[in-house]
Design a protein around this ligand. Structure first.
Ligand SMILES: *Cc1c(COP(=O)(O)O)cnc(C)c1O
Length: 501
């Protein structure tokens, strides 16, 4: 290395640091902050004004070269230029959940008060692990957990914590359930491979994943049979509980689902709660999807029995119209949260518990954690729980009408009536479910529709056959939108049959 480069380098670095400091958010850069965020909001608004379908149908092969062409080591030094570039690599071809013909997964359109919350929380950047990194943020999160626990019908001993999503909430619940089970069994960890989790086949796959992460046996998750509506059958659960007892397999948790991801059906919570109470089993209710019923003005009764659970998963980012991420695990008995408590001298020493300093990290699996609760707080303060519930109710009404529309259409068959807002159905070639091209026609219809960009729908399998799925979460989706998407799907399926014949 020559002496010249060794002296020149620090000078250039010093120049860079001075330029870079202009990008730090603080009291001297507020003009840049205002301008930059306003430009971002304007860009998104222009894009949303322009969007005429939920998706452009771009393929990974078409998009990847545009993303790859960006030289990450050559900054643009200008937010406007970076936004213009972002339009090309992302915004133009993004998947837009606000569009009324986005009918695929459990992604909701978001409410503006929550977007306001998102902007505030990331600027202040509180971290919810400890009081000394969040102050009021901790108290706001605690109020919202208490509020949710109240809506569930839990008593004053309840508690919980915000998480990144339903999968994380389910994992957390099952960790607590596992520890409680081992505790009840005298703390003998050699029993770990014998523990069982009972869930229905319509439950969420995060239950299986959690069992693996929790070191349970590969066959630890036992599938409890369901009825024709894909609801867990109480007699089948009773039989399974009895079999596990006989075989000396302690049931660490029964996972009921309030809103299955595919069928939108709700397990019979009062019956399941009764059985769990009798067997001394932990009842976890996965209400990631159905939690919106907690604020529904007309359908709260569908969750009757949820108050008898030991733990509940709620995903505000599904049926509370919140941006990703926003979820919580709520438990009936705050004491069980101790199973996730560790004290680090540098962060949350045990003496802080005696000093009654509220450190949420004592209850969380995460350490540094977003103040996602702020989005829900502003949503409740601006539009109120009834407003959120009214939006969800409108979605459920629309889903019921959509069910009737498809059920009456001879081109399609429907699996079951959802209690929430999904619709699993398939196109029947020549009205024949056993037609050899039925699977191919439905797979093709879904892919061709997405490629056209006119609408996005999901798919799933039922008894090994390919079905299509609508997940409605947008009150702006009309019955006319649904009728139009059905016609498009039928058209693609018919084209497939003609081409294959
Ligand atoms: C979506 C969903 C989950 C997972 O939630 P994420 O927020 O996607 O992690 C769990 N359970 C059910 C029933 C769901 O619908």
């Amino acid at each position: 290395m020559s002496p010249r480069t060794s002296t020149a380098a620090p000078t250039a670095a010093a120049g860079n640091a001075a330029t870079a400091r202009a990008h730090l958010f603080n009291s001297r850069t507020l003009d840049a902050y205002r301008e930059s965020l306003a430009a971002g909001v304007a860009t998104v608004a222009e894009q949303v004004a322009r969007v005429d379908g939920p998706f452009t149908g771009v393929t990974p092969q078409q998009l990847a070269p545009r993303v790859d062409a960006v030289d990450l080591d050559r900054p643009l030094h200008d937010p406007g230029a970076a936004l213009a570039e972002l339009e090309q690599v992302y915004l133009r071809d993004a998947v837009y959940f606000h569009h009324p013909r986005y009918l695929a997964h459990l992604n909701c359109p978001v409410v503006i008060p929550a977007l306001l919350g998102e902007a505030v929380l990331s600027a202040v950047n509180s971290s919810l692990d400890t009081w000394d990194q969040s102050a009021g943020g901790t108290l706001i999160e605690r109020r919202l957990i208490d509020w949710t626990a109240g809506r569930i019908g839990f008593g004053p001993g309840a508690d919980g914590v915000f998480t990144s999503g339903g999968s994380q909430s389910n994992l957390h619940a099952l960790l607590l359930a596992r520890e409680e089970a081992l505790h009840r069994l005298g703390g003998d960890r050699a029993l770990l491979p014998r523990l069982r989790v009972l869930a229905s086949a319509a439950g969420h796959f995060s239950v299986q994943k959690s069992a693996k992460l929790l070191g349970l046996a590969p066959d630890a998750v036992v599938t409890v049979p369901t009825d024709a509506d894909r609801r867990m059958r109480p007699e089948a659960l009773a039989a399974e509980l009895e079999r596990c007892r006989r075989e000396g397999r302690p049931v660490m948790a029964v996972v009921a689902t309030a809103g299955t991801t595919d069928f939108g059906t709700i397990d019979p919570l009062p019956d399941l709660a009764e059985l769990c109470e009798r067997a001394g089993a932990w009842l976890h209710v996965d209400a990631a999807y159905g939690c919106g019923l907690l604020v529904s003005p007309t359908r709260r009764h569908l969750l009757a029995g949820i108050e008898r659970a030991a733990s509940v998963t709620v995903d505000y980012h599904k049926s509370f119209f919140q941006p990703v991420s926003s979820s919580a695990l709520v438990v009936a008995d705050a004491a069980v949260l101790r199973h996730a408590t560790y004290h680090a001298d540098y962060l949350n020493p045990a003496r802080m518990v005696e000093q009654r300093i509220p450190n949420q990290v004592d209850k969380s699996l995460q350490t540094t954690r977003r103040f996602d609760a702020l989005k829900l707080w502003l949503t409740l303060r601006v539009m109120g729980a009834d407003g959120v519930g009214a939006l969800f109710d409108e979605v459920l009404d629309r889903a019921a009408d959509a069910h009737d529309l498809v059920a009456a259409d001879p081109r399609f068959e429907v699996v079951t009536r959802s209690q929430l807002s999904t619709l699993v159905f398939r196109y029947l070639p020549a009205g024949d479910g056993a037609h050899p091209l039925a699977d191919g026609a439905n797979l093709h219809a879904r892919a061709a529709l997405a490629a056209s960009g006119a609408a996005v729908v999901a798919g799933t399998t039922v008894e090994g056959r390919h079905f299509l799925k609508f997940t409605l979460l947008n009150p702006e989706t009309t019955l006319a939108d649904i009728a139009e998407v059905l016609d498009l799907l039928a058209g693609h399926a018919e084209a497939f049959l003609t081409d294959t014949a």
